[in-house]
Design a binder for this molecule. Structure first.
Ligand code: HSE
Length: 294
């Protein structure tokens, strides 16, 4: 049996729309084994997803197609801690899980670069799939030769990350529909300078600079309206000098602090005010997916 573990990812980090993402310590685990019934079998997810449209299976099949081998009759089990449609990369997790499972099945013939290329094509943008594969904070883009390039940036150990996960979903399609079609030169200049500052401040541990850097003009102003109570969460974060950004396309918000007592206070305040939500301290997953034969 093959076992694959894939981390959740939090994309954009405010000013890195569609190109920056970070892997965090929430995981999904997938197992793959031969099905003696000679057909596809999927368990551990809602019945509606137990078919050939399942993203884990689609990822598995994509590697078989790439290798030009018949797709084996596979039994897939899914154990997921990553909530769906909450901005924590659940679709990237499934795609990378399926790709990694099939790659292990066929003796790891594909490199991580090849897995990334397939995953990016399936997902449409690399910001979630790159950290799910490589771990850590990744900046990824499609270059002039249509290759996906990845650069990893260090994250300062003094930062704590808190995932604030509301009890409602936001679909990425809906969250992309609210974005404007154009930006002004002034806003693009703002965005470029601030995303460079963000990659600097995330490595140095200078949280006031990080707060200054995470001032997005590409997506957050339009998406905040989709997240009920965003303004209240932001106000609580401001009181504790925590930096807040919308994780991926929401609904999760990620808060960054630089003192454990502030993180603790933030968690208690949010849990008290939003008892229906999940507030979870997470760390950076520096490894990306892991696969093994049991
Ligand atoms: N970069 C993507 C977005 C992440 O913000 O729409 C969600 O897939």
């Amino acid at each position: 049996m093959i076992k694959v573990t894939v981390p959740a990812t939090s994309a954009n980090l405010s000013v890195g729309f569609d190109c920056i993402g970070i892997a965090v310590t929430m995981h999904s685990t997938f197992t793959f084994s031969k099905n003696p019934d000679q057909q596809l079998s999927i368990s551990g997810c809602p019945v509606d997803f137990q078919n050939a449209d399942n993203l884990v299976y689609k990822g598995f099949k994509a590697v078989c197609d790439f290798l030009a081998v018949p797709v084996p009759a596979v039994k897939i089990n899914i154990q997921s801690d990553v909530p769906v449609s909450r901005g924590l990369g659940s679709s990237a997790v499934c795609i990378v899980g399926g790709l990694a499972g099939a790659n292990q099945w066929f003796d790891n013939q594909l490199s991580n670069e090849q897995l990334l290329a397939i995953a990016t094509k399936m997902e449409g943008h690399p910001d979630n799939v790159a950290p799910a594969i490589y771990g850590g904070l990744c900046m990824a883009f499609v270059d002039s030769n249509s290759q996906v390039q990845v650069v990893k940036y260090p994250v300062n150990d003094e930062y704590q990350f808190t995932a604030i996960i509301p009890n409602f979903k936001i679909s990425t399609a809906d969250a992309r529909r609210v974005l404007p079609a154009e930006m002004s030169y002034a806003d693009v200049t703002h965005q470029v300078s601030h995303s460079m500052l963000m990659t600097h401040a995330i490595s140095t541990g200078n949280i006031s600079q990080l707060g200054e850097a995470m001032d997005d003009r590409m997506h957050e102003p339009f998406r905040q309206k989709l997240i009920n109570h965003f303004d209240r969460v932001k106000a609580i974060c401001n009181q504790l000098a925590a930096v807040l950004y919308v994780s991926g396309s929401g609904s999760t918000m990620m808060a960054i602090t630089n003192a454990p007592d502030k993180q603790q206070q933030l968690r208690l305040t949010l849990e008290d005010e939003f008892p229906e939500w999940t507030v979870k301290a997470v760390k950076v997953d520096n490894d990306g997916f892991k696969s093994e034969v049991l």
